[in-house]
Structure formats: C-alpha cells, structure tokens
Design a protein around this ligand. Structure first.
Ligand code: NAG
Ligand code: NAG
Ligand code: NAG
Ligand code: ZN
Length: 376
C-alpha cells in the first residue's frame, strides 16, 4: 500500500512528462512550405527536415541528445568537416579579412596590436561602436524590440510565464551550452513560439577567437537549435558583449548566413547581481528612454540571467505599453518584409522542397565532440 502510494505520483509524473514530450515532437517544420533558399551557403551545412534526411534525431533532453554536443568550449579539431571546409573555401576566396585576432587578458574590452585602429575601416569593432555593414543596431521608429540574452536559465521560467500571460513573443539570444543544460526551459521557449537566435556556445569575446573557434562557437549553437526545433535554421545572432569585427562578421555571414543584431541602449542589468547597477538606476534609464523620442526605435540590451534582471523588465513592461510603443521581437523588426527568425521559412525565396532537393548527409563528427576544458 505504502509502496504503491509512493509510486503512483512518480508514475503520473512520468506520464505527464511523456505526454508533454510527444506533443513537442509533433512540432515539425510544416514541410514542404518551409525551405532554404537554394543558393544560400548555409544550405550545405545543416540538413533540411528531420524525417526527410534519413537522420534519427534523439529526443531533446535525453542522454543520446546531450552526447551529440560539446559540454564546454568546442574542440575545433572535432567539428563537422562541412564547417571547416566551408571556412577554408571562404578564406581561399578572400572573403574573410585577414586581420589580427584581438586579446582580452583581463576579460575586458578586447584590444588589437598597435597600428590596427579598432574603429577604422580595417577592423570596425562593434565593441568600439563601429557599425558593420548590414548590422542592426536601431529599431524602426516607434517600435520596442523585445529580446533577451544569455538563456535558457532557471530565471527564464518567470519571464516566459509573464510574456505568455501578456501574449508577447521575444527573440531569445541563447547560449548553446545552456540549451544543453536547461533543455526543458528551452522547450518552453520553443513551445511559446519565441524566436530562437544564436548567442554562441560558451559566450566568449568573439574577436579573441581564431577563425576555427568562431566557426565552432556559431556552428554548434545553430546545430543544437536546428536539431531541437524540428529543423529550423536560425537567421540571427548577437555577439556576447556586442563584440564583433570585420573578420568575425564575415565568418558569421559567409559561412552561416547569420545576420547580426546589436542594441542601441544598455540597462547593464547583467550587473544587478554583482553590485554593478541597481533597480533604481535601471528604472531611471528605462523611464528616460521610454518617455523619450520614438526615433529610432528601441533595441535595449536585456538579460534572462537573474531574477533581478527579469524583474527589471517586468517592472518596465507597463511603461512600454503606456507610452504607445509597438512591441515586436527584435527578429521581427529586423526585416519587415520577412519577419521570420529562421532561414528556412516561407518567403525566403524559391519554391517548395522536393524529394530531389534533400541533401546527402554531410560527414559529421558528432559523437565525441567534447573538449576537456571546462565551461565558462
Ligand atoms: C556587494 O557589496 C556588499 C556590500 O558592500 C558585499 O558584502 C558583497 O560581497 C558584494 N558582492 C559582490 C558580488 O561583489
Ligand atoms: C519605476 O518605479 C515605479 C515605482 O515603483 C514604477 O511605478 C514604474 O513602473 C517603474 N518604471 C520602470 C520603467 O520600471
Ligand atoms: C529582408 O527579407 C527579404 C525577403 O527574404 C530579403 O529579400 C531582404 O534582403 C531582407 N532585407 C534585409 C535588410 O536583410
Ligand atoms: Zn550575453
């Protein structure tokens, strides 16, 4: 009796987990209306549609799923051959500027060797506020861009519940390693139809990374999002600390087709838990921006990093609404013609996928991709 009383709740909770899971597994791309633009370079790097490409995709959150991805900074010798070949081809074609890798010894703003101006046309570092070609820093007039960095994490839950209650869908710039570690939170974001975008695998200053490291940081994050959302290929990324330059942005664009979204205001909410800013200071900045001019539209750097940073957004939300801002996810406002956050979405180009379009599997080394270094 005691035994079965104890086991029943366990059995029921297993049932509800299985239930939630099968519901999620049905969330496939609505083939054949979803497709890649055929001439896009990213076409060759990720497969089209689970179920159509002969691959078996493990259920999100299972050990089989976890074992496919690095559990720390990616080992560049173990990335899929398709990615390193694409890098080699882009370098040979002269598409990746040969500029110095920056250094950031104290984990502060990266610097370049003497003679290389971070704000000049050679480097154009976004850390130094140089805006790269095609980069999105401002929203259209009157819009408030909804976006959060650094999830999925435990504090994301309260944010996602709040957003669902208010019928808002943000863009989440997610850290790949955190998707691996917080898979249920990730699935909530996907179920709530948030736009999932790339915030790298382990959140380094990207300009300090070699070409190969840049490819691995972006590629693995795109891979886990692709494999865990029914085949969606993210179209947008945001560099950690806003740190990018002409070399990094060329790799993101040429190899992976990623468009970059930065921001035009910063609450510094990430420092709420480290005696940096305060809720009062954030309230004052937010009030100033939200009651100020509507041009350009606001893209404010905000984080789903701590309960405090989530609270700062929840406090500001009524003020956003009261001041008449049009609220859109930053991926939606980035391109009014094609508001999809994914590369393989309706409106990307040229007709439906047919059986003949399905790519042969590219060689992949996904079984032992784990580096021995620890996570950041
Ligand atoms: C924040 O400041 C308080 C009071 O000065 C101190 O006790 C605490 O250790 C500080 N916390 C951090 C993370 O620096
Ligand atoms: C600032 O704080 C006041 C008082 O708590 C609150 O009414 C207001 O909504 C807050 N504004 C923002 C932008 O957080
Ligand atoms: C917006 O999307 C359309 C349709 O996919 C595309 O042709 C256009 O180049 C995009 N605009 C920008 C600024 O990326
Ligand atoms: Zn970040």
């Amino acid at each position: 009796m005691l035994f079965s009383t104890l086991l029943l709740p366990l059995f029921l909770s297993l049932l509800s987990v299985a239930d939630a899971h099968s519901h999620r597994l049905n969330k496939r791309l609505p083939s054949p209306s979803w497709h890649h633009a055929r001439d896009h370079p990213v076409h060759a790097l990720f497969r089209r549609d689970p179920g159509d490409d002969g691959q078996d995709y493990p259920d999100v959150g299972t050990p089989e799923w976890s074992s496919k991805y690095p559990n720390g900074p990616p080992d560049v010798t173990k990335m899929p051959a398709g990615w390193s070949n694409a890098l080699k081809a882009a370098v040979s074609a002269g598409k990746i500027p040969n500029i110095p890798v920056s250094s950031s010894p104290g984990n502060v703003n990266p610097t370049y060797p003497a003679g290389h101006d971070p704000n000049g046309p050679e480097i154009c570092s976004s850390t130094y506020k140089c805006r790269g070609q095609g980069e999105i820093w401002d929203g259209p007039d009157g819009t408030f861009g909804l976006g959060f960095d650094d999830g999925p994490l435990p504090p994301s839950g309260r944010l996602y519940d709040f957003l669902r209650e208010h019928n808002e869908t943000p863009t989440d710039f997610m850290i790949g390693l955190y998707i691996l570690q917080n898979s249920q939170m990730f699935l909530q974001a996907v179920d709530d139809e948030h736009d999932i975008a790339v915030h790298t695998w382990t959140h380094p200053y990207m300009t300090t990374q070699t070409n190969e490291q840049v490819v691995a940081q972006l590629g693995w994050t795109m891979q886990i999002i692709h494999d865990s959302t029914g085949g969606r290929i993210p179209k947008y990324w945001r560099p950690p600390y806003g740190d990018s330059d002409n070399r990094v942005r060329a790799i993101a664009k040429e190899i992976f087709g990623l468009e970059c979204i930065i921001w035009n205001q910063d609450t510094e909410d990430w420092s709420l838990t480290t005696n940096g800013t305060t809720p009062q200071a954030i309230n004052a900045s937010m009030t100033h921006w939200l009651t100020g001019p509507k041009s350009p539209g606001l893209i404010i750097l905000e984080h789903e990093l701590s309960d405090q940073s989530v609270q700062a957004f929840i406090d500001a939300y009524p003020v956003i609404v009261q001041n008449g801002w049009k609220i859109e996810s930053v991926a939606q406002l980035a391109n009014a013609t094609n508001p999809s956050a994914y590369r393989n979405a309706p409106g990307t180009g040229d007709g439906p996928v047919t059986a003949g379009d399905i790519l042969a599997p590219t060689p992949q080394t996904t079984t032992s991709a784990t580096s021995s270094s620890s996570a950041t």
